[in-house]
Design a protein around this ligand. Structure first.
Ligand SMILES: O=C(O)C1=C[C@@H](OP(=O)(O)O)[C@@H](O)[C@H](O)C1
Ligand SMILES: C=C(OP(=O)(O)O)C(=O)O
Length: 409
């Protein structure tokens, strides 16, 4: 077992963290680019494995699209393969084949795509046989499982001869990601309407565009957390904008209550340590990728808090609720379900001299627990797991002055 040892450190001198680019923005513009007739200029695509996998699959066009563990790549490429009328097998890691896709497959079948399950009904692997004729121009999609199904359908909508009307059914989670999809489509010349629960996109052409991918706010969240947990310090996060397309920019507001002040500058944001105001209730419905960061922060800084909107965490890279519960317990903190789907973070009161974090094939488990090094020595199992979204994460930790080394198990 590969282990990374992070030595305890609680003060940070001002440092600039370059940050990776957003994989969510990158994976959307890559699909839009593939659907555009004409030349786009896209700058700053993400180094994330999820994005590099998408680039490789689009460029090499193999008969089997193996997306590894990338949810957006699986969902977006399934819709892309259908609308471009291709025969493709869609597959991924064992975990990817346990992440549901039935809602997207149903929607694609409704508009005329031919798709078969190759193993278990509702889950990858899939055999996509394209969409030769659009049979319907309106679909209903439930919004409470994954917004990625809706984003996937929206991006192919302008290409469909009859356009597409999507009625969102029930509670809509990760709404900010649907907004990101539509705002990006608009930047590439697409008109749409979104009234109440119905989004409508007519048949129209994407326009060649110049686009620069922003830095990744989900990746930025770990640096906010580090400062929230530290005794003192300042960090400058490069390439973030105040008016972001990414819903995870909500971390600014959340962390302002947990001891981090953000000041936007021309080319990024300056983080400074301030007194904790305390916020007792957090709803992660629209920013699920921030939940682990904030849970660990609250557990470390002694902030007893209530968490809701965690439902989708169970079907991500791992069951993130279970994973958090197991790993928080290692330093005597808890994520306790106090009523159905309502959780309480009960902070740590005694800290062991060393904590070994298991990462469950989930990049966010490794990164979210890094700030624990402000209180004790930390060992991270399988540190390369960060490559999914943030391959330079440990290098950036070193830039921040963190002493880390490989450790024999
Ligand atoms: O569309 C996207 O880029 C994403 C949407 C979210 O997933 P869900 O919609 O499944 O919550 C998020 O968790 C994921 O990391 C990226
Ligand atoms: C859930 C995530 O990604 P995906 O669903 O695209 O695999 C994530 O990056 O935290």
């Amino acid at each position: 077992m590969e282990l990374l040892k992070l030595n305890q450190k609680s003060a940070f001198t001002p440092t600039t963290i370059p940050l990776p680019s957003s994989k969510s923005e990158s994976n959307r513009v890559l699909i839009i680019d593939a659907l555009t007739e004409g030349q786009n200029t896209i700058e700053n695509l993400a180094e994330a494995r999820d994005t590099q996998t998408m680039i490789r699959l689009l460029q090499t066009n193999p008969p089997v699209y193996d997306v590894l563990d990338a949810g957006t790549t699986m969902r977006f490429l399934t819709a892309y393969a259908a609308v471009t009328n291709q025969n493709k097998v869609m597959t991924g890691t064992a975990r990817m084949c346990q992440r549901p896709i039935g809602i997207l497959v149903d929607a694609l079948r409704e508009i005329g795509a031919e798709i078969h399950y190759m193993n278990v009904e509702g889950y990858p692997p899939l055999a996509v046989h394209g969409l030769s004729e659009q049979t319907k121009s309106a679909v209903k999609i439930r919004g409470d499982v994954s917004s990625q199904y809706i984003s996937a359908m929206l991006m192919i909508a302008p290409i469909l001869p009859k356009g597409l009307e999507i009625e969102l059914e029930g509670k809509v989670g990760s709404r900010t990601y649907i907004e990101m999809t539509l705002e990006l489509m608009a930047k590439f010349g697409i008109n749409y309407t979104w009234e109440k629960n119905t989004i409508k996109v007519e048949n129209q052409a994407y326009q060649p565009t110049q686009f620069m991918v922003e830095s990744d706010w989900s990746g930025a969240s770990y640096w906010f957390s580090l400062l929230a947990c530290a005794d003192s310090g300042q960090l400058f996060l490069k390439g973030l904008k105040e008016n972001s397309l990414q819903g995870d920019s909500k971390v600014v507001e959340i962390m302002s209550k947990l001891g981090v002040k953000s000041s936007f500058q021309k080319d990024g944001v300056l983080l400074e340590k301030i007194p904790v105001e305390g916020l007792e209730e957090f709803d992660f419905t629209h920013c699920p990728d921030l939940a682990q960061t904030v849970a660990v922060t609250c557990a470390i800084i002694g902030q007893n808090s209530k968490f809701t909107g965690l439902e989708s965490l169970r079907i991500k890279e791992t069951d993130r609720i279970y994973a958090l519960q197991q790993e928080l317990a290692k330093f005597n903190a808890e994520l306790k379900e106090i009523e159905p789907e309502v959780f309480q973070v009960i902070p740590s009161v005694t800290m062991p001299h060393e904590v070994k974090i298991h990462t469950y094939d989930d990049h966010r488990m490794a990164m979210a627990f890094m700030p624990l090094l402000t209180k004790t020595q930390v060992l991270i199992e399988d540190p390369d797991v960060v490559n999914k979204s943030y391959p330079s994460f440990w290098k950036h930790c070193q830039l921040a002055g963190i002493d880390l080394s490989n450790h024999e198990s």
